[in-house]
Design a protein around this ligand. Sequence first.
Ligand code: SF4
Length: 254
Amino acid sequence: MSVNGVIFNIQRFSVNDGPGIRTTVFMKGCHLGCGWCHNPEGRLFPPFGLNNEVIGRTVETEELFTEIEKDRVFYEESGGGVTFSGGEPLAQPEFLKRILKKCSESGIPAAIDTSGYAHKTLFKQILPFTGLFLYDIKLADPVQHLKYTGVSNTEILENLDFLLNKDANVIIRIPMIPEITATGDNIGSIIKLLGKYPVKPEINLLPFHKIAENKYKKFGIINIMAGIKKLPETEMQEYRNLFESNGFKTKIGG
Ligand code: SF4
């Protein structure tokens, strides 16, 4: 049975969304509102236009699978696969479940790039079909999390706990936003939070950059990060060393 969903991009030959060569499918809609979002045009739930431009298109899972399968040879040669990103892929649960199952049955490894903000039942349902979770942790403090993303992190941390206790393959991704997420307090709290698990997940520190600036202008979205500068390379290295010294395999970038 095919299910309809809304996507706003398919990016082939991605190398930053999991191992090997990947096809990244950007799914529309996200319940969070991070000021540093690189895909602000993909956050709004469909159908929705910005500045008279319709963002996203409806696809059936069968049609999407045909697109994904075109690069099977590259996945096999490189150890890659498909990554569902967004927006938030879990915000279209039936569509995501169907396409993940289809990929799994067809031997195409699938990853999801998620904020973790979804009902735990959904994580339980997709776990058997998801080879890798690229799981964002932004702020350890729930009040700060609410302030900067619009939602509390309680559910996000509970879902992470579920996945790590189930030995799911999880890579933690931390957007390093100067003075917001990239602070000694926040990184120290994240290390403490993740340190309690017997198997420490790999950490990816994602540098803040301004590639989305033009999108904010184009779509008339207020860019609260306009005056924020990238974290100096030395500071990124210091945070990386801090994670490493606490036993986490860590890299800068996704
Ligand atoms: S969770 Fe990701 S997609 Fe959603 S608003 Fe934040 S950065 Fe953007």
